[in-house]
Design a protein around this ligand. Structure first.
Ligand code: DAH
Length: 340
């Protein structure tokens, strides 16, 4: 029995030296120290020896087992060190450029919105949010466009299956909500958000886009206040020496109504393809809040007046960055989005 133990020890140690990797070592452990190993057989055989032979054989078997266990432990450590050294000796070329990290960024529309918020915040405007799903009442009726009003044709509308509920076609219905919330106090808010139109999608119009509405209501607010605010906005957004021009226009919810242009940022007013040879670029619509709208918001038009304006951040970004197709904005093409 003792001889068998000695030769087992010898054989196992030799095999351990031959194991070159951790997988091989594991096989070795199963073979020599596992439940079905020769050593287990020997322990079982020792149990059947005559009483006087048992202690010596048992002692020797225990010695062999602990010798194998500690040899195994050492060998594992040695192999791990070897592997670590091999990794450390791999050459690292510290002059290679690092791997680029793709940082996320804000969407160009969000960046433009934030610039608009900043400009108006400095002039005392707070942000007021209104829902994208609106009533026909707020979107049209209370903005001075009763059912059948021809001006409703200016906005191709997504109606929902619920009678009188639609996707807002502009941010103007937020004016009614703001007025009803703040009445009878003065108001100075901008209302940003998404709008939806049942449009033929083209390079100039998409079915979903942002708008930023503005609304100021108070006593003795005049067209001069609107002009000053728009000139300041035009210059902050497009450059300090911009010229700002007001053209007569028509919106049912303002009277008088205007459209605001800046001199072309490309040709400076000489005429080019971007401004279609006019020298001017339209940036927004505006006007003095119509008395009917003021009244619908809860204000007495004999005491209060106000101005309102509405602009498209995508259109503004297109002008600022010379983007020629609005479909890029929500087309989710990273080659476009990552430029901003
Ligand atoms: N709601 C208009 C549109 O979508 C834009 C607009 C024009 C808003 C004049 C206004 C305004 O507040 O006064 O075309």
């Amino acid at each position: 029995m003792l001889d068998r133990l000695d030769s087992l020890l010898e054989k196992a140690k030799g095999a351990l030296e031959d194991s070159r990797d951790l997988a091989g070592l594991d096989e070795w452990r199963v073979k020599y120290l596992g439940k079905k190993s020769e050593l287990t057989d020997i322990f079982q055989a020792i149990g059947k020896l005559p009483g006087d032979k048992r202690p010596l054989a048992g002692k020797r078997a225990n010695e062999v087992r602990s010798a194998l266990e500690s040899a195994y432990g050492e060998r594992v450590e040695a192999l791990k060190t070897l592997q670590r050294d091999a990794i450390l000796q791999e050459r690292v070329d510290v002059t290679l450029p690092g791997r680029p990290i793709d940082a996320g960024r804000l969407h160009i529309s969000t960046q433009t919105l934030r610039t608009i918020y900043d400009i108006f915040a400095k002039m005392g405007f707070q942000v007021f949010e209104a829902p994208e799903v609106e009533t026909e009442l707020n979107n049209f009726e209370l903005l001075n466009m009763p059912a059948g009003h021809p001006a409703r044709d200016m906005w191709d509308t997504f109606y929902t299956t619920r009678e009188g509920v639609l996707l807002r076609t502009h941010t103007s219905p937020g004016q009614i909500r703001a007025m009803r919330q703040f009445c009878p106090n003065p108001i100075r808010v901008i209302l940003p958000g998404k709008c939806y139109r049942y449009e033929q999608v083209s390079s100039r119009s998409d079915f979903m886009f942002y708008q930023v509405e503005g609304l100021a209501v108070g006593r003795r607010i005049t067209l001069a206040d609107l002009k000053g605010t728009m000139i300041e906005f035009g210059r902050q957004m497009f450059g300090a020496d911009r010229k700002v021009r007001f053209r007569c226009s028509y919106f049912p919810f303002t009277e008088p109504s205007v459209e605001v242009d800046i001199d072309c940022i490309l040709c400076g007013g000489k005429g080019c393809s971007v401004c279609k040879q006019t020298g001017w670029l339209e940036i927004l619509g505006a006007g003095m809040v119509h008395p009917v709208v003021l009244e619908n918001g809860g204000y007495d038009p004999r005491e209060f007046s106000g101005y309102a304006f509405g602009m498209g951040p995508e259109r503004i970004a297109m002008l600022r960055h010379r983007i020629d197709d609005i479909r890029y904005f929500f087309g989710n093409d990273l080659r476009f989005l990552s430029q901003f």
